[in-house]
Design a protein around this ligand. Structure first.
Ligand code: KG4
Ligand code: ZN
Length: 340
């Protein structure tokens, strides 16, 4: 099945054409980051307007790069939520209109479900597996038993890890979103130079907390301002990443041991982080667990990732009705109710 996929949940307008949920024929991502950077974060109203401007050219480019016409498309997959309601609405309305005009089915997909299955575009993973999702809005550990069958094992009780990266970067005076800047600055830094807290490390749960780490960064910077770039800035960034990696690795390895599951997928924008990729690789080797982390281009927001689950649902007769609405907040565990 040839699927056109559309993603507009936050600050990227993206479209892709994917064959049979595995072969990416094109993937176009138009980022609004430069516009929002001026405000230090995503401005929802600006995001919606920009999606509206970009959705048609981005879809046209995806079709053009795939060498196809709209009439070749056999199904449409789109992010239904979670995300910014106004931004989601642009993608969902476009998807419905295109599906209706071509008389093909469409399906609304969970954004995090998209992130988890992005790795399938490179290599399918056998079920069951655990998924550590680390993004701007999520830090969650899921048990994935099949398409649509997700159980939350642990989650952040406050900030998401991507938020901790971005807020810490802002405190250091780096542009939004600062995750990748911290990653770059940390290279060559001494990760034991600054002691930072590891919240909930030994609380016995599989939950995470990152707001204390962000506060510790604020206190540290207030007491010891750093210039960028400098040796001190590199040491601080490396120490921050070490604290994040300690917590993520410790909780993930506990989840693997407790569940007995032998496969792990790491997904979401923060999975681009080089220190985290190394740490997860070492941890998986230590535990003898099969590890899948998509290439960085597939970790961040894109549309191709939605076509994996989208293809599965459409091929199994689970198209969405044209009355489908966006879902700004949406628990992954509730997807089971849609596909009993
Ligand atoms: O998955 P994503 O693109 O969007 C959401 O669904 O949230 O994730 C965005 C997050 C941002 O917080 C960004 O700073 C972070 O991913 N990020 C990184 C890196 N690249 C992106 N964080 C740490 N290191 C990176 N290299
Ligand atoms: Zn995302």
């Amino acid at each position: 099945m040839l699927i056109l996929a559309i993603e507009t949940s936050c600050d990227e307008t993206a479209a892709a054409v994917v064959r049979d949920g595995g072969e990416t024929l094109s993937s176009v991502v138009s980022s609004q980051i430069a516009i929002h950077a001026e405000y230090g974060g995503v401005v929802p109203e600006i995001a919606s307007r920009k999606h509206l401007e970009m959705i048609t050219p981005v879809v046209s480019q995806a079709l053009h790069e795939a060498g196809l016409a709209m009439s070749d498309i056999q199904g449409v997959a789109v992010t239904r939520g979670p995300g910014l309601a106004g931004a989601l609405l642009v993608g969902l309305s476009a998807a419905k209109a295109m599906a209706f005009a071509q008389a093909v089915p469409f399906v609304g997909v969970h954004h995090i479900e998209g992130h988890i299955f992005a790795t399938f575009l490179e290599q399918p993973v056998a079920f069951p597996f655990l998924a550590l999702v680390v993004s701007g809005g999520h830090t969650h550990l899921y048990l994935v038993e099949g398409f649509g069958r997700y159980t939350t094992l642990g989650r952040t009780i406050d900030d998401a890890v991507g938020e901790a990266f971005d807020k810490s970067a802002k405190i250091m005076g780096l542009d939004y979103p600062g995750g990748a800047r911290i990653d770059a600055l940390a290279r060559g830094g001494d990760c034991s130079a600054v002691h930072l807290p590891r919240p909930l490390l030994n609380d016995g749960s599989l939950n995470f907390s990152f707001s204390g780490l962000k506060t510790a960064m604020l206190q540290r910077i207030t007491k010891h301002p750093v210039t960028i770039p400098s040796r001190e800035a590199s040491d601080l960034c490396a120490s921050f990443q070490e604290a994040v990696c300690d917590v993520l690795a410790s909780k993930t390895s506990a989840a693997l041991r407790q569940s007995g599951v032998r496969r792990l997928v790491v997904a979401g924008g923060v999975a681009c982080n080089s220190a985290l990729r190394v740490r997860m690789t070492l941890m998986a080797a230590d535990l003898g667990v099969e590890l899948h982390i998509p290439t960085p281009a597939l970790c961040g927001d894109n549309a191709a990732m939605l076509a994996v689950a989208g293809n599965h649902y459409l091929c199994n007769g689970h198209a969405s009705p044209l009355s489908l609405d966006v879902t700004a907040t949406w628990e992954m565990d509730r997807i089971k109710e849609l596909y009993p």
